[in-house]
Every structure is written in structure tokens, then in C-alpha cells.
Design a protein around this ligand. Structure first.
Ligand code: CA
Ligand code: CA
Ligand code: CA
Ligand code: CA
Length: 482
């Protein structure tokens, strides 16, 4: 759980506002079913308070991965761009670009390392400033880095094992931990296998965790492809969900329920049909204090979002999970093969009612009814409520939405990645949506503001690599966001 210090008191105040609004909704909903009653387990700080604030000014910041960029002559070496939030949102001149070529970052730019293909954050040294974990895709055997937050933003770095990371307080001691997976994506029958280790926080800048342990007995034989962390059973320990390649063309998702000693062995949540292009997120979308598992995408088809609501004994079996797709009432757009509804997901409270909402990327969506722009892409905002996530109040945003910069074009894949960070610090999460294929594969990211009425076009901004003087050609800018 994110703990506030002096520079982040704005976030604390927003958390209080959100809680009061949520209680107001409880009162309004008093005549409804007992299931809407707020339980005692509700956390003191909403999940959305875990947003990254690297410079500790109270305004959450946005991280953009550009893993395919050439750096210092090394093709596909990659970098990350950090855009700092402010009362006016993001600005092109308020950013830091960091690669293996940046002073203080271990290593040097390496062809095909794809630094920045996966990014995640938490305050890992417990100094009140969020830190950033940047992964590479050249595993197994690769080493990621932690970039350290501070009053001037990110600077300095420490090498850590693995290519893919998830942060959370797994052992429930109040310090943020990081699960580090040394893994890779095998395209053969046999997985490479994963070495999964947790570094318990706080972690020193010299690279020493408070303690560490390995977890996941079966993962020695499986590849981990995607991960998400959050507390699904309300016991104060963050749990982990992972998408895994188990070999012979088979995929599954697994749940690692954390206990007093942290993460142990996984149990299977779902089996997935290949190619298992699943995105994972955890957030509390029904305001009951239990984190809920969100699984988006699923195949090259229309895509769907499955919701495993958390509870004291964890989520129900997955065959009982509700499903939302573009056939669901209120959800914009048509349910078509290839849309990839849910190929990317992000959780945050956009409308400020204290309940988390979900941005759903639909990067394969065709826009326009005649001569449709195939895979121009779309992002749909679904609202959380005390009854759960639904199509009620859903909104679609694309480059063809009035007031949004840019023009939707065939193959942009707008919505290939999404994030919900409150970069204006007003208590409403703002949308970041990437089109990694925009501009011939250079990529670009849009920032769209959240309000009490949802997403609005006013103040929308587009950030591309050229606009921040970063390497642009084929960069896949926005291939990951945090
Ligand atoms: Ca900030
Ligand atoms: Ca820190
Ligand atoms: Ca919940
Ligand atoms: Ca909300």
C-alpha cells in the first residue's frame, strides 16, 4: 500500500474526497440489495492512490516505453520517457528520457534488448518517491533496472534479475516488494521456464532487498507472459495473477495467493486458447474493498473482458465470472472478429465516485461505416459501480472523436496500450492511450482528461517521440505505459 509523505498530501486529500463520495453513494443505495453495503474490509487508501509520482509533487506521472527505438546505433535497444504531471496536465517540455545510454543506468545500449517493453512502479526504497522498474525482452538471463524517484524526478538505477516485474506488498509488512521473473516468450513446444523471485522491500539503492525468496514451483517449466498484482481476498497481502505458456501450444492463467510469508505456489485460474493474447489488471471495480481480476482480449477474435470479483475466499471459479463485450448493453461499437476488445486494460477512478473504472483498448476496431479504417482502434471507458462493472455510462474515444488530436488511419492500433493516471491531480484519473503503430511504427500517446462526467476532449494532448526529441524511427512509442 502506498504510504504518503509530505510532498504527496494532495493524494491523501483526494483519497478522503473519494471515500466521502463513496459513502454518499452508499446512502443513496440504501434501498438496494444488501450486497451493495460497504464491508469493513474497505482499504483506507483506494487502489488508485498507488499511481506513480516519481518527483513527489502530488501529481501522478506517466511512463511511456519505446522498446523498438534505436539508441546510440543499437537497433531495438529501447528507452522510456517519463512525462511529469502538473495542475495543467502533461507538457512536452516536462519529461525525462532514459535508456541504457543514460548516466547512472547500468549496462549500455544493446541491439534487440527492447529496454522499456514492460514497466511497473512502486516506492521500493520506502523514501516516499515512486520508483520505476524497467524490463527488457531479451531474456532469459537478462537484467532489468529500478530507476529511483526523487525531488527532481527519476535518476540513478540499480540492476535487478529478470525481464518482467510486478510490485505489491506480498508479505503484508507495509513495505512494497517486487516479484522479478526471469522469463522469455518461447515460440517452440517447450517453454524456456521462469525463475521467479520476490525481493522484499525496502530495497537499497546498492541493490540489497530486506530479504528474498523464490516462488512458483511449476514456473521452472513455464514461461510467464503477463502479470498483475493486487489484494483479491482483503487480507492485506497483495496476490499475483500471471498468464503462462505451459508448453505444447497450451496457455493458462494462475493465481498466487499471498500469505504471511508472501507468494507461494500457483493454482490454475483459467485455461486459454492460443495465441492467448490476454491482458491482466487488478482493481476494485465494485467498491467492496476486494481487488477484482480483469482479463481482457483472449484471441484474435472480437475479444471480451472477464471479471473475477474478489472476496474473502478469493474469486469464484472462472466459469462463473461475468463477461462484458461489445454486445453488452451500453458498450459502444460493434462486436466484430479481430477487434481485440480488452487487448489492453487499465484501472483508475475517472469519474471520482470512489470506485475504480476500466479503460479497455480495442486496437483492432474498424472505424467508419463506409470504407472503414481497419484496425484504426478505439478505447472504451467502462464505469465501476457498487453493482460492479457494466456498460452503463460507457464511452468510446478514438482519433476520430471530436476535439481529440490526430486522424484515425488504417492500422494505427489506437488503444494498443492504455493507462489511467491522474496527471492533473484533480482526483479524476486521466486516460493515456497509445497507438504504437502510428506514424509508420514510430508510435504516439494521447492524454485525455477525466472529469466527473467521464472523459472529455478539452485539454487533450498527443505526445510522439519527435515532440520530445527522442529517437523516433520504428520506436513503438507507447508499446507499454504505466
Ligand atoms: Ca509527479
Ligand atoms: Ca522511492
Ligand atoms: Ca471488488
Ligand atoms: Ca468511478
Amino acid at each position: 500500500m502506498f504510504r504518503t509523505r509530505t510532498p504527496t498530501t494532495r493524494l491523501g486529500a483526494q483519497a478522503l474526497t473519494g471515500a466521502l463520495l463513496a459513502c454518499g453513494l452508499c446512502a443513496l443505495g440504501a434501498g438496494r440489495a444488501a450486497a451493495t453495503t460497504a464491508p469493513a474490509q474497505r482499504p483506507a487508501v483506494p487502489f488508485s492512490a498507488t499511481q506513480p509520482d516519481f518527483n513527489g509533487d502530488g501529481y501522478p506521472d506517466l511512463v511511456i516505453g519505446a522498446p523498438q527505438a534505436a539508441v546510440a546505433g543499437a537497433a531495438h535497444a529501447g528507452y522510456v520517457a517519463v512525462m511529469y504531471g502538473s495542475v495543467d496536465g502533461l507538457a512536452l517540455d516536462r519529461r525525462t528520457v532514459i535508456s541504457r545510454n543514460t548516466g547512472g543506468v547500468p549496462g549500455s545500449p544493446k541491439p534487440n534488448e527492447s529496454f522499456g517493453y514492460a514497466v511497473t512502479s512502486a516506492d521500493l526504497d520506502d523514501d516516499g518517491y515512486t520508483d520505476l522498474v524497467v524490463g527488457n525482452s531479451d531474456g532469459p538471463g537478462t537484467r532489468s533496472v529500478i530507476l529511483w524517484g526523487g525531488p527532481d524526478g527519476l535518476s540513478g538505477a540499480t540492476a535487478v534479475p529478470g525481464s518482467l516485474a510486478a510490485t505489491g506488498d506480498f508479505n503484508g509488512d507495509g513495505a512494497q516488494d517486487v516479484a522479478l521473473m526471469d522469463t522469455a516468450a518461447s515460440s517452440n513446444d517447450d517453454p524456456f521456464g521462469t525463475t521467479a523471485v520476490v525481493w522484499n522491500g525496502p530495497i537499497s539503492r546498492a541493490g540489497h532487498p530486506a530479504s528474498s525468496y523464490t516462488f512458483g514451483e511449476n514456473e521452472k517449466y513455464f514461461d510467464m507472459r503477463a502479470v498483475a498484482a493486487g489484494d483479491l481476498n482483503g487480507d492485506g497481502h497483495d496476490d499475483l495473477v500471471a498468464l503462462e505458456y505451459t508448453g505444447e501450444g497450451a496457455y493458462a492463467t494462475a493465481l498466487y495467493t499471498a500469505g504471511a510469508s508472501g507468494l507461494g505456489n500457483g493454482t490454475q485460474l483459467t485455461s486459454e486458447a492460443p495465441p492467448a493474447s490476454i491482458s491482466l489488471a487488478i482493481g476494485d471495480v465494485n467498491g467492496d474493498g476486494f481487488g477484482d481480476v480483469l482479463m481482457g482480449g483472449g484471441d484474435y477474435g472480437a475479444g471480451r473482458l472477464r471479471i473475477g470479483y474478489g472476496a474473502a475466499d478469493g474469486p469464484k471459479p472462472s466459469d462463473q465470472w461475468p463477461v462484458i463485450d461489445q454486445n453488452s448493453p451500453g458498450v459502444p461499437g460493434a462486436n466484430e472478429s479481430g477487434d481485440g476488445f480488452g487487448a489492453s486494460l487499465a484501472v483508475g477512478d475517472v469519474d471520482g465516485d470512489g470506485i475504480e473504472d476500466v479503460a479497455v483498448g480495442v486496437p483492432g476496431e474498424t472505424l467508419g461505416t463506409t470504407n472503414g479504417k481497419v484496425a484504426a482502434g478505439n478505447i472504451i471507458l467502462l464505469r465501476g459501480s457498487l453493482e460492479g462493472l457494466s456498460g452503463v455510462g460507457a464511452q468510446g474515444v478514438s482519433q476520430d472523436t471530436a476535439g481529440i488530436p490526430g486522424t484515425a488511419e488504417t492500422g494505427d492500433h489506437f488503444g494498443g496500450r492504455v493507462a489511467l493516471d491522474d496527471v492533473t491531480g484533480d482526483g479524476h484519473a486521466d486516460l493515456a492511450g497509445a497507438a504504437p503503430h502510428e506514424d509508420g511504427g514510430n508510435g504516439a500517446v494521447w492524454s485525455v482528461r477525466g472529469t466527473g462526467k467521464g472523459l472529455v476532449a478539452a485539454g487533450a494532448l498527443v505526445v510522439g517521440p519527435k515532440g520530445i526529441n527522442a529517437p523516433a524511427t520504428g520506436a513503438a512509442f507507447g508499446a507499454d505505459l504505466r
